[in-house]
Ligand binder design. Structure first.
Ligand SMILES: Nc1ncnc2c1ncn2[C@@H]1O[C@H](COP(=O)(O)OP(=O)(O)OP(=O)(O)O)[C@@H](O)[C@H]1O
Length: 414
C-alpha cells in the first residue's frame, strides 16, 4: 500500500483575539495568555489523501474551506492536531497572496518561484513558458497593482504550475478567470492528474468538481460532514442547503456502492417511479432517441398550498443532463388535501448517449426546492441507454442529417 500524500489528524483551528497586542505576542512565544475571544472555525478534522487522488472540498460560505487549505499549505498554523505532507505542494490560494504589488509580473514570477524553492537557473528555464501561459502581453512587465483580478490569477496559476507539483491546491481562484483561461487551467490540471499529481480543489462549481474529482469532502460548520464520491457528497450538500432545522437527511447505501440521498420535510412523498417505453412496458434499458415516459406517483401527507414535481436525469458522475418540472410546464397543483394522491407522466425522447443514468425527483412547493422542499430523492431509479443505431460521440443525441457533395462549387440542395 502506498503512503498517503497528505494526512490531516485531529486538526482544529481557533482564531483568537487578545485584549492587548502584547498578550498576543506573549502567547505566540508560548506564554499562556487567556484570549478575550476565541472562535473555533475547524474542529477535529481527519482525513488522508492517497497519491493521485483528486479531492474537492465543498461547503457553505464560512464553513472553513480556505482556512483548511491555508493550514495544509502551511501559510497558517493549526491550533490542534497534525498535518503531514509527503511531496512538494503548489498552491493557488487567495488573490494577490504572495505577490508584491509594486513588482512587475516577471519580477513576481521570479520571486514566487524562488519562494517555492527553485533556483535562478531553474526559473530562467521556465520563465518564457510562464509568460506564454499567463498571456498577459505587455502587462507582464508592469507592476501587479495595475492588474485586474483575472490577470493576477493568470499569473498565479502560470507560476504555481510551471513545475509539476506532487500536490496541487486550488482555492476557488479559477472562478475569477474568464471562460477561456478556466478551460486552459483545467486542461493543465487534467494533464497533471494523468502524470500523478494529487489535486485538492475548493470550488462552488459542481460541474467542475464532478468532472475532475474522484472524491469530495463536505465541510459544515468547521467539521467534516461527508467524505465520499462527488455524486454522494454533492447530493448530500444539495439536501443540506435546503434542509430546515430538525429535518432528516436520509442516506441509503446501495449494493452498487452508490449512495442515495432523501431529504425534505416529507409533507408529500414519492410512492413509485418507473420508465415506460412506447408500448407501455416498464423498462430499465432504452434505445437512444426512442420515446419514453417517466411515470411517478406521489401522496400528500399534509394540506399544501401548491405541489410541484420535478425530475432530473443525471449521468454516472452525477452531472445533470436535463431537468424540468411541472411548474415550468405551468401544471402546478394548487390547494392539495392531506391524503390526496397524484400521477405524473413526463414524456420525452431518450436523446442521450449510451451509458447509465439516474433519475432525481423533487416534490416541492414551487419552482425551486429551496423554499418548500417536501421530498427530494436522488437515485430514485437508474436506467441504461443503449445505441442500436449509427455510432456517435457524446452524452446527448442530436438527430443529424448529413449531406456531402463532391466539388466545393456544387450547392447542397436543401
Ligand atoms: N484571519 C482570520 N481571523 C478571524 N477569523 C477568520 C480569519 N480567517 C477566516 N476567519 C473566519 O473563519 C471562518 C471560516 O472562513 P473560511 O474563509 O475558511 O471559510 P470558507 O469555507 O472558505 O468560506 P467561503 O466559501 O466564503 O470562501 C469564517 O467565519 C471566517 O470569518
Amino acid at each position: 500500500m502506498t503512503a498517503p500524500v497528505l494526512t490531516v489528524s485531529g486538526v482544529g483551528k481557533a482564531f483568537r483575539r487578545y485584549k492587548r497586542e502584547m498578550h498576543r505576542i506573549l502567547s505566540l512565544c508560548g506564554i499562556s495568555m487567556a484570549p478575550s475571544e476565541e472562535r473555533w472555525v475547524l474542529r477535529d478534522i481527519n482525513f488522508a489523501v492517497e497519491p493521485g487522488q483528486a479531492v474537492g472540498i465543498v461547503g457553505r460560505n464560512g464553513a472553513g474551506k480556505s482556512t483548511l487549505l491555508k493550514l495544509i499549505t502551511g501559510t497558517m498554523r493549526q491550533t490542534t492536531g497534525t498535518i503531514a505532507v509527503n511531496g512538494r505542494i503548489s498552491a493557488i490560494l487567495e488573490l494577490g497572496m504572495g505577490f508584491n504589488m509594486e513588482f512587475t509580473g516577471r519580477q513576481n514570477a521570479f520571486q514566487a518561484a524562488g519562494m517555492m524553492g527553485f533556483n535562478q537557473s531553474e526559473i530562467e528555464g521556465v520563465i518564457a513558458e510562464i509568460e506564454d501561459f499567463a498571456e498577459l502581453g505587455d502587462y507582464f512587465e508592469q507592476p501587479i497593482r495595475v492588474y485586474s483580478s483575472g490577470m493576477q490569477v493568470r499569473l498565479a496559476f502560470a507560476v504555481a504550475t510551471a513545475f509539476r507539483p506532487e500536490v496541487l491546491i486550488v482555492d476557488e481562484a479559477l472562478s475569477v478567470g474568464d471562460a477561456y483561461f478556466q478551460y486552459k487551467c483545467f486542461d493543465r490540471i487534467r494533464s497533471f492528474r494523468k502524470q500523478g499529481t494529487t489535486l485538492i480543489l475548493v470550488s462552488h462549481d459542481k460541474a467542475a468538481l464532478q468532472s475532475i474529482c474522484d472524491r469530495a469532502i463536505l465541510l459544515e460548520a468547521g467539521k467534516v460532514a461527508k467524505d465520499g464520491s462527488p455524486e454522494e457528497v454533492l447530493d448530500y450538500y444539495n439536501a443540506l442547503i435546503a434542509a430546515k432545522e430538525g429535518e432528516e437527511i436520509e442516506t441509503i447505501a446501495h449494493p452498487s456502492g452508490r449512495v442515495q440521498t432523501i431529504s425534505g420535510d416529507r409533507r408529500a412523498r414519492i410512492e413509485s417511479v418507473a420508465l415506460y417505453d412506447s408500448n407501455g412496458t416498464a423498462v430499465e434499458t432504452v434505445a437512444v432517441g426512442k420515446p419514453v415516459e417517466l411515470r411517478v406517483t406521489a401522496r400528500a401527507h399534509a394540506d399544501l398550498e401548491k405541489l410541484v414535481l420535478g425530475f432530473a436525469l443525471k449521468d454516472r458522475l452525477g452531472q445533470t443532463m436535463f431537468g424540468t418540472n411541472t411548474f415550468f410546464a405551468d401544471q402546478s397543483i394548487d390547494d392539495v388535501t392531506e391524503g390526496e394522491t397524484f400521477s405524473f407522466g413526463f414524456r420525452f425522447d431518450a436523446n442521450l448517449g449510451p451509458g447509465n443514468y439516474s433519475v432525481s425527483l423533487a416534490l416541492s412547493g414551487g419552482e425551486s426546492h429551496l423554499v418548500d422542499n417536501y421530498e427530494w430523492r436522488d437515485l430514485a431509479m437508474i436506467f441504461t441507454v443503449v445505441n442500436l443505431g449509427e455510432p456517435f460521440d457524446g452524452k446527448t443525441y442530436i438527430p443529424t442529417t448529413v449531406d456531402v457533395v463532391r466539388g466545393a462549387d456544387k450547392a447542397i440542395s436543401t
